[in-house]
Design a protein. Structure first.
Length: 220
């Protein structure tokens, strides 16, 4: 990565709002945007489609290392297929934290993520952007929110796509995914020591974006 490239990392648990916020910040600053979660979702979707057992670490590493996704005009193509919406289903969401816990998968995707840092700058969101992938980032943010609030956000997303949503089940699922993310041996979910923490439970998107842009102005 070029030393002149400025990097902002936004980490946090599922449905904490980090993707929406990161994309907005990147747009405001004219920076590139990296949705690292999409890469793990792509690996998971591909594994499910190929029938790869989710407890076969070596097979999952092969699936991840042989991917060649194409990101263009808001779409994501994988193996010639538009998977933009397909990687956002609840089936893929539930399985992704299992796939992301495999060290070989994380290693395979590490270089893809590092190469996303291009001038004039990058906003990267995920689980370990500030702790592992971009530890030299200029500004590190860790967003969180209660599991119930995050479940409500996820439910609204699903319903907007015409899918049904069980809020109690979503809450339990998020709590379980949080536990797996925190306890995994490789790159567990946690704030970087120098990250700024923000609980978004009672904040709207505009409030969060403004707060992060203020922090960026202070960091420059």
């Amino acid at each position: 990565m070029e030393q002149s490239v400025r990097v902002i990392t936004i980490d946090g648990p599922a449905a904490s709002g980090k993707g929406t916020v990161a994309e907005r910040i990147a747009h405001e600053l004219g920076f590139h945007y990296l949705d690292s979660g999409a890469l793990y979702r792509l690996a998971t979707y591909r594994a499910l489609k190929l029938g790869t057992p989710l407890d076969d670490a070596e097979a999952l590493e092969r699936v991840a290392s042989s991917m060649a996704p194409v990101f263009e005009q808001g779409r994501i193509l994988l193996d010639g297929e538009d998977v933009t919406l397909r990687i956002r289903t609840e089936e893929v969401s539930r399985a992704t934290s299992r796939v992301a816990a495999v060290p070989g998968v994380r290693k395979a995707l590490f270089d893809l993520q590092r190469r996303a840092a291009k001038a004039p700058g990058l906003v990267a969101d995920g689980r370990d952007m500030g702790t592992v992938v971009f530890p030299e980032a200029d500004l590190k943010i860790f967003l969180t929110a209660s599991a119930r609030v995050r479940a409500e956000r996820r439910a609204l997303q699903l319903e907007a796509r015409g899918e049904t949503a069980d809020r109690e089940a979503l809450t339990r699922d998020l709590e379980e995914r949080d536990r797996r993310d925190r306890e995994r041996a490789e790159a567990p979910l946690k704030p970087a020591p120098d990250a700024k923490l923000l609980d978004t439970s009672s904040l709207g998107i505009e409030e969060v974006v403004k707060k992060l842009l203020d922090w960026w102005d202070e960091a420059r």
